[in-house]
Design a protein around this ligand. Structure first.
Ligand code: E4P
Length: 225
């Protein structure tokens, strides 16, 4: 299983790379719009610092435009760029054309395992199955994960199940334990996981006890400064 970072922030990529949590990056138009610089420059910079696949999403709405834009986006880095296309009929048409030309494809906004049906003979690398966006509305897509895995197995086992839109540790664990090949995690979710309230409170209470000891006793145990 791999972890991708769901962001376009160079700062966040550099930070989480140090913890081995950036095996690739997924971007989308919203994430790019949050960065203050030119989106092409941002994608170029991401490709420079990431050793793995970098998803760049099309902003064109019809298949012809998507194909043209995909050609341009791939030229940024032929090895790393994965073209991200929405799971619409236009997106699927573009995916068919581009996969025949050996482009790496990430189909996004996947909400229903039945959407895999059209990918028997289209070589897509990733199918992004959205978790958090569904749970935001009080529904759940977690129970559909086994069905998605089964559909992939039956139709085209080469497709990687990419769990996306991960808001918290429970969604991450459900994706991981139900067989996600890749989980793309926003930096805010890693922050929540590693700024765990109980871990931070526990660390603070250990230190408060330690400071009750006389200085000269503590010094025997501590490193010399
Ligand atoms: C998926 O393709 C997107 O990049 C992302 O995971 C969606 O996350 P959001 O629901 O937080 O926008």
């Amino acid at each position: 299983m791999k972890f991708f970072l769901d962001t376009a922030s160079i700062e966040q990529i550099s930070k989480w790379k140090k913890f081995d949590l950036v095996h690739g990056v997924t971007t989308n138009p919203t994430l790019l719009s949050k960065e203050s610089s030119d989106p092409v420059k941002v994608i170029k910079e991401i490709c420079k610092i990431v050793n793995g696949d970098v998803s760049a999403q099309v902003t064109e709405r019809n298949s012809k435009g998507m194909i043209e834009q995909a050609k341009f986006l791939r030229s940024i880095d032929k090895k790393k760029i994965v073209i991200k296309l929405p799971c619409t009929l236009d997106g699927i048409q573009a995916a068919r054309f581009l996969s025949d030309k050996n482009y790496k494809i990430n189909i996004t906004l996947g909400f229903d395992p039945a959407q895999i049906s059209t990918f028997k003979n289209i070589n897509i690398s990733y199918f992004s199955f959205i978790i958090g966006r569904v749970e935001d509305f009080g529904d759940s897509n977690i129970s559909n994960i086994p069905l998605l895995k089964l559909m992939i197995k039956k139709l085209n086992p080469k497709i990687k199940f990419l769990a996306a839109s991960i808001r918290n540790s429970s969604q991450l664990l459900s994706a991981a334990t139900n067989g996600a090949d890749v989980i793309t995690v926003p930096p805010t979710t890693w922050d929540k996981i590693y700024k765990n309230k109980y871990t931070l409170d526990g660390e603070k209470s250990f230190m408060e006890s330690w400071e009750q000891l006389p200085n000269d006793v503590r010094k025997k145990y501590e490193i010399k400064k």
